[in-house]
Design a protein around this ligand. Structure first.
Ligand SMILES: Nc1ncnc2c1ncn2[C@@H]1O[C@H](COP(=O)(O)OP(=O)(O)OP(=O)(O)O)[C@@H](O)[C@H]1O
Ligand SMILES: Nc1ncnc2c1ncn2[C@@H]1O[C@H](COP(=O)(O)OP(=O)(O)OP(=O)(O)O)[C@@H](O)[C@H]1O
Ligand SMILES: [Mg+2]
Ligand SMILES: [Mg+2]
Lengths: 154, 165, 154, 165
């Protein structure tokens, strides 16, 4: 058990170290075991340093930087052990246009192994999807599906 | 394994039977505020066995059953079915298609079905055990919850990695 | 003291009842004292019912409905006692296009009494502002102001 | 009363002296993720007397002083000045313009100035007492904090209304 955990931790850590600088176009990040001798009881700390900035605590990161860091970790976990499908609810809400583009590129590249269902209000994400499902409450209080043409969605 | 179809009826704001058919790749769900998008994410988490009302933004499990609207009366049952393609044999069961269904009644009674045959919740959780799909894995990341990966304690993050192990 | 509180509570409650249906184009909302006999110890509960829906707990509201309900309360408090200025940090992030338009209309109407500084990524909010301040980190890690033309902001 | 100018130097990511001049109406602050927008909101909350590091997204008060970057060394002092137009006499002081300044040093020392004359924090909080501006009133609604009005307990919501009374 402990060995399996160590192997998986090393894989996720490796992917996280590689994905973070690609999402942030620079900088570095790491996962650290707080108690490496007892992996099954240890905590896992996240270290994140956006490009050009001093290393600081996660608290000082901006809203968008925190979301992008969490997304990097999510992709690292998916890379270590791909999941057949994954539902994401407005995880792109706080990203600016440049970070949104980079996130979308990642999503597309992971979509070969994992089927994604992403709930979003961002037009760029809608345009990058393979299929679009519109939900509406034409009858107030009752949800129904409608077909959506991109021009009217958002 | 991938998602082929999701059928929702009487679950939260989906009073009428609603069917979503999925292909591969990225499916975007869009629509106005309050139209029922996050309720779809809740339906997937619920049919996979979620037992905590708070994870479904409710106070009691009964909150998932359509409570009525200005033009409709409340209903007595919520039902969600997930149809999965199992041609790759990822799920340890003989079928090339697997459907799981959950029903819940106002008296608190829950029914689970595997390929339309009644079973226990345990049968469903065991089926998904090695597949990395389930209510606890990263299968559903709720609205506003992406930040939690950063704010939980180190031990909880370890659990995330253990699940992946 | 208790009288002043009662008067202010009644004013905020009245405004909240009036503003909510205008922001949601229907429905109703209220503020309720949990212990009306002891106003200075009482809690204040929020009741919100979007148009066409059953009255349910705040928990069941969607992300955008919660934000819009909180915005209605904010405007009710500002109406009861206008504040000279107010800083709002991405409070429009979870609103869809229709709710965003309604929020902006409200903001404009309150901008006569209150000066607003609003941090946003939403283009519609930028377009509705009287002035625009761009913040950038051309030198990584160091913030600086830049002048912004609307076409490039977001 | 309204805001005329905000000067920031050495506060968080604003290593160089930065001046924002405000007119009336709605001012929008825009820019990429991590560029320093929320730090401006923090600067306003700070100069109005905020004492809690957590309200400024830090762990200790020293976290507000520019900590350096790849190309710059850390500085020893953070300073923010808020210039207010008081032509309408909303603030109980003889001047038609009022400036408040806060400085903080790495040794934890804080200085407050009112129209460039050193004063105590109490003098500033008393000045704003009846004006409905201040670190606790609704003057600054931080990122992601709008939802808190709904999720706090009923008693805390009463406090909000009492502030307004
Ligand atoms: N049991 C129920 N019966 C009827 N309606 C319900 C039930 N549970 C939730 N709802 C309704 O569902 C709506 C919320 O839907 P949901 O959270 O899916 O919206 P959304 O599309 O995600 O919106 P947003 O874009 O704002 O996040 C609420 O208005 C709520 O009243
Ligand atoms: N004391 C400090 N010294 C140097 N940099 C700091 C300091 N405190 C915070 N920062 C930096 O400021 C940045 C965050 O800025 P801020 O939160 O204002 O971004 P933002 O423009 O609001 O972004 P978003 O759109 O993502 O919310 C972080 O990258 C952080 O490293
Ligand atoms: Mg939602
Ligand atoms: Mg911010």
């Amino acid at each position: 058990i402990a060995n399996r955990f160590r192997q998986t931790f090393a894989a996720v850590q490796g992917h996280f170290r590689a994905i973070f600088p690609r999402l942030f176009t620079g900088g570095q990040a790491d996962l650290v075991l707080t108690d490496p001798d007892n992996p099954l009881d240890s905590g896992v700390e996240i270290v994140a340093q956006p490009p050009g900035k001093r290393l600081t605590s996660l608290l000082l990161l901006s809203g968008g930087e925190r979301a992008l860091t969490a997304i990097a970790l999510l992709f690292a976990l998916l890379k270590a052990r791909p999941s057949p499908f994954c539902v994401l609810d407005e995880i792109d809400a706080s990203l600016d246009d440049a970070n949104l583009e980079r996130f979308i590129r990642f999503l597309r590249s992971y979509a070969e192994e994992t089927q994604f269902i992403i709930i979003t209000h961002q037009k760029a994400t809608m345009e990058a999807a393979d299929s679009l499902y519109g939900v509406t409450m034409q009858e107030l209080g009752v949800s129904r599906l409608v077909s959506v043409r991109l021009a009217e969605a958002s | 394994m991938h998602l082929k179809k999701l059928e929702i009826q009487g679950f939260k704001s989906f009073a009428d039977r609603t069917v979503l058919e999925f292909g591969s790749g990225v499916a975007a769900v869009v629509g106005p505020n309050g139209s029922g998008k996050s309720n779809i994410a809740d339906a997937i988490r619920w049919v996979l066995g979620e037992q905590s009302p708070r994870q479904l933004r409710g106070q009691k499990m009964e909150d998932v059953i359509f409570a009525g609207s200005e033009s409709r009366r409340a209903v007595g049952m919520a039902e969600v079915t997930l149809l999965l393609d199992n041609a790759d044999g990822a799920l340890p069961i003989e079928f090339s298609e697997v459907s799981i269904t959950r029903r819940s009644y106002r008296d608190g009674e829950n029914e689970y079905l595997l390929n339309n045959v009644q079973c226990r919740l345990r049968d469903i959780t065991e089926l998904f055990l090695d597949s990395r799909v389930g209510k606890d894995a990263l299968t559903v990341i709720g609205q506003g919850k992406i930040d939690e990966i950063l704010s939980v304690k180190g031990e909880e993050r370890r659990d995330l990695i253990e699940e992946v192990a």
